[in-house]
Design a protein around this ligand. Structure first.
Ligand SMILES: *Cc1c(COP(=O)(O)O)cnc(C)c1O
Length: 352
């Protein structure tokens, strides 16, 4: 029966997950491990989020609202008058967007090196994935990007980019939108940590979708809530393509609660900004400038895998970047965590 598995899953390895903190703790004999591999918020969800989730749980016998209306209302209060769609994580939104616009066999363009899920999801849908390499310094050439994306139904651009940490200036995104003939999915998973605001572009372009997540700054990674700003014409088609009830009612309520309580979030943002500066100053390897809640570090002459292994032995879990296609094998990505985690990391990396 194994023969029945599709080729895209039979051969390839799929998504690369971070090593589990429990495994690292057991293997190396630590009570607790610094968890700096997945760009999470190290703090628990806000009290407002927890309270809203608990209330929703009591009505768990009912199917969720099909359009997550209360969450969409909370998003409009937080961001202003835009159109939103929601999903089970931004990953769920990405999958649904692909299903909405791409026929199997059509082209999907991806600016690389970047988050691997765009290519995995597009490939699994039967699309032809076209990689568009960034420049040597990981910046994006807008004209080259738009040229290479010609004929693609959909293109993915991540800003701030995972794992490199840099942003594409909004003027350059605008140039891409002007020159492209397809839709651009701009992944803003980390924009909460940057000074850049791409939302005004939504007012001027009907070929832009901006993806956001509640997993990073808003501390809800385990609850799987993502959403996107979409052009008005796109919204009804997204709903036709979406899995019914993909976003569960407890997660939707938690997200609405978190958005209504911005205090903890602004503290978390300041904490991230302070620590990414300290990483840049105190790590004895080249640290790439970052607009996100992580930094990418060039650990040559070590490989990313070697550095990650040595750090794990010192009780620090980071992400080796060797699984990011199009990136060299000598980078690691390190999230900003709690103070003790960050301090343990700095001490550990000075020692490898
Ligand atoms: C974490 C991340 C996401 C996905 O977030 P979820 O909402 O947890 O699915 C999307 N894009 C990038 C670049 C990410 O790093």
């Amino acid at each position: 029966m194994r023969r029945s598995v599709r080729a895209c899953y039979a051969g390839a390895a799929g998504y690369s997950y971070a090593k589990s903190a429990d495994d690292v703790a057991r293997e190396h004999g630590f009570d607790r491990v610094a968890r700096l591999a997945s760009n999470e918020n190290p703090r628990p969800p806000s009290p407002a989020a927890l309270e809203a989730a608990a209330a929703a749980l009591r009505e768990g016998n009912r199917y969720p609202d099909t359009r997550a209306s209360a969450l969409v209302e909370a998003l409009r209060r937080y961001h202003g008058d835009y159109r939103f769609v929601t999903g089970a994580g931004m990953d769920g939104v990405i999958e649904t967007v692909i299903r909405t616009v791409v026929e199997p066999g059509e082209k999907v363009a991806v600016s690389t090196p970047t988050f691997s899920f765009y290519a995995l999801a597009a490939g699994a849908h039967g699309a032809e994935v076209v990689n568009i390499p960034r420049r040597e310094d990981f910046s994006v050439d807008p004209a080259a990007f738009a040229g290479a994306a010609r004929g693609a139904k959909l293109a993915f651009l991540c800003s701030p980019n995972n794992p490199t940490g840099n942003s594409v200036p909004p003027e350059d995104v605008e140039e891409i939108l002007d020159r492209m003939d397809g839709l651009l999915f701009l992944d803003n998973a980390y924009v909460d940590f940057a000074d850049t605001d791409y939302r005004p572009l939504m007012r001027r372009h009907d070929n832009l979708i901006v993806g956001r997540t509640m997993s990073k700054l808003f501390a809800l990674a385990g609850l799987r809530v993502g959403y996107a700003f979409v052009p008005e014409w796109f919204e009804p088609f997204y709903h036709r393509a979406a899995t019914p009830f993909a976003l569960n009612s407890v997660s939707a309520a938690a997200a609405a609660g978190a958005l209504a309580d911005p205090g903890p979030v602004s503290e978390a943002r300041d904490h991230v900004r302070r620590w990414r500066e300290r990483f840049a100053g105190e790590v004895p390897f080249p640290v790439y400038p970052s607009d996100a809640n992580f930094v990418m570090i060039d650990v040559a002459p070590l490989t990313g895998d070697e550095a990650a292994e040595r750090l794990a032995a010192k009780g620090v879990l980071v992400r080796s970047c060797t699984s990011f296609p199009g990136l060299g094998n000598h980078y690691i990505r390190v999230s900003t965590g709690e103070d003790w985690e960050n301090i343990r990391f700095i001490e550990a990396i000075r020692d490898i």
